[in-house]
Design a binder for this molecule. Structure first.
Ligand code: SAM
Ligand code: DTB
Ligand code: SF4
Length: 333
């Protein structure tokens, strides 16, 4: 049962524990997360309104520019060669196809276009040159451009920056402790190194994780602590709920408690007041009410369009109807 004293302790801790202070202890994060939901949501809303328009949700569109046959063994992923998922691999898309998809996304209200490739790492050569052309042409449409291409080196990051890349998505995915249960082909340290390389090139970092992979609550809080240790703090934080893909080792993991999702979003908002908090994978199985609660908790972006990278997603009409019902709008650039 919440008590008056646990209430006040919780709300005092929140104001001193934002990522910008670099002293965000695991205990402070846990205290934020565990306060009574009314206090947690109130604090998250207060911070959200201080830094963002509470009615606006940024619409982003994903494009899988290279599908499947990925050598990494991420246990959640439909695109890994280690998982028997019946996904048909596709080579890198043509430039024109990608630009056409970006134009369509813009016409549908998206202001950010995110291109994903099922690569372990970026390799120099004609394929990377084509990705650079994609970045240049999407940037020329006056959209934010994001890429997620796996690991990359400093020179590649600089070339992406010069081509006009806004942000690079590279997730920590889970806690340092649980990470080894999910991926064995690259380390947490590799991930942190890629993120440092991206920041050093002056590219904005998009970094978050996945909930509902069988991890403990402590792992989720440790993920937030690891994100809070990034310097600079990520400007964009995707919170994905596992989409269980048949044929992956995580296909039968029980779904996340929706209230846990709301708590995680609110805690993320409090810890990262300036960041875009993106309610990413998993919306297809969320009710409108749950998504509304996530927006109240501080989520201010969604991926829209009928497909994420390989799995289905609510289509844009449905999303538009939901925003209208909530008196909310798609965010302009
Ligand atoms: N290959 C690149 C990489 O892993 O860095 C980029 C593409 S990868 C698919 C981008 C992110 O999508 C992953 O880091 C993971 O967080 C998320 N993701 C992939 N499959 C997912 C699933 N089934 N459910 C939820 N999130 C998923
Ligand atoms: C992120 O964190 N979520 C997006 C984006 N970054 C690239 C991808 C979600 C993928 C969901 C599973 C799929 O469609 O394959
Ligand atoms: Fe490959 Fe990325 Fe999927 Fe991992 S998440 S298997 S790196 S495409």
């Amino acid at each position: 049962m919440p008590t008056a004293s646990s209430n006040s302790t919780a709300s005092t801790s929140t104001t001193s524990a934002t990522a910008s202070t670099s002293t965000t202890s695991a205990a402070a994060i846990s205290q934020i997360y565990h306060q009574p939901l009314p206090d947690l949501l109130f604090e998250a809303q207060r911070i959200h309104r201080e830094h963002h328009n509470p009615y606006a949700v940024q619409l982003c569109t994903l494009c899988n520019i290279k599908t499947g046959a990925c050598p990494e063994d991420c246990a959640y992923c439909s695109q890994s060669v280690h998982n028997d998922t019946n996904l048909k691999p596709e080579p890198l898309l043509d430039l024109d196809e990608v630009v056409a998809q970006a134009q369509a996304a813009k016409a549908n209200g998206s202001t950010r276009f995110c291109m994903g490739a099922a690569w372990r790492e970026v390799k120099d050569g004609p394929q990377f040159d084509r990705v650079l052309d994609m970045v240049r042409q999407v940037a020329a449409l006056d959209m934010e451009v994001c890429c997620t291409l796996g690991m990359l080196n400093a020179d590649q990051a600089q070339r992406l920056k010069a081509a006009g890349l806004t942000a690079y998505n590279h997730n920590l995915d889970t806690s340092p402790n649980y990470y080894g249960q999910i991926i064995t082909t690259r380390t947490y340290r590799d991930r942190l190194e890629t993120i440092r390389t991206v920041s050093a090139a002056g590219i904005s970092v998009c970094c978050g994780g996945i909930l509902g992979m069988g991890e403990a609550l402590q792992d989720r809080l440790d993920l937030l602590a690891a994100l809070a240790e990034l310097d600079p703090a990520p400007e964009s934080i995707p919170i994905n709920c596992l989409v269980p893909v048949p044929g992956t080792p995580l296909q039968d993991v029980p779904p996340l408690d929706p209230i846990d999702l709301v708590r995680m979003i609110a805690t993320t908002r409090i810890l990262f007041p300036q960041a875009m908090v993106r309610l990413s994978a998993g919306r297809l199985t969320m009710s409108d009410e749950l998504q509304a609660l996530c927006f109240l908790a501080g989520a201010n972006s969604i991926f829209t369009g009928p497909k994420l990278l390989t799995t289905p997603n609510p289509d844009s009409n449905q999303d538009q109807q939901l925003l209208t019902r909530l008196g909310m709008v798609a965010k302009a650039l």
